[in-house]
Design a protein around this ligand. Sequence first.
Ligand code: HEC
Length: 212
Amino acid sequence: MERFYTFIFAAGLGCFALAFVLSLVFPVISLGKYEAMEFRDLEDLAAVPKAEFVELAARYPEAFESAFGTRTATPAAYAEALQLGRDIYVGQGCWHCHSQFVRPTSNEAQRFGPVSVAQEYNNALNLPHIWGTRRVGPDLIRTHGKHTNDWHIAHFMNPKNIVPSSVMPSYKYYFEEDGTPRKNGFSLVAYIQWLGTAYEDLPESVKQENEQ
Ligand code: HEC
């Protein structure tokens, strides 16, 4: 009988040790297929200003100059706008009504675009991430290219003019009466138009695997 207990004890220890090893081995195997992604800082993200930001500079040269001290959409101006835009998004509590995460459930990919992947959050503008917990309005992590700058400006000034049933508040104090953006307006539009580009910039192999 005593040998039996010894066996059970040894088998128990063995199973414990096996579980311990496997809980290391499985993550290593499953992570192995992902390419290691470097953390992207703000300078890297803003190195090539997106077309929407370039258009804002060209369209409102004087207002752009008084906001950023230059008439061209330089990487430095873009970095400043993106950071300020994100700060406004956090400060205004946009995340009370908007998520930034496409879940792999409920056909969300059909509504918003590709399901979110970990790599796209590994950068200065998505960390700490603003996934949100409520969706009074649509998810915003795939907003890049969905609407024009004009659409966003008109929408921020009075959402109900664009979507009559909208419950989104107006942010018209970020713009002049004729729609010319103030510094905060430029920044908010630049940030919203940026959302999704971290995904677009991922290697094709990662996107292909995700979108299968
Ligand atoms: C009270 C809830 C609420 C708040 C706060 C709110 N929104 Fe919205 N938002 C909505 C709703 C509802 C919609 C969908 C109807 C519409 O387009 O107006 C929407 C739509 C949008 C859209 C268009 C999305 C698309 O895919 O067409 C953008 C962009 C947006 N919001 C950005 C923001 C930003 C930036 C802030 C903060 C400055 C903000 N929202 C604050 C409720 C909100």
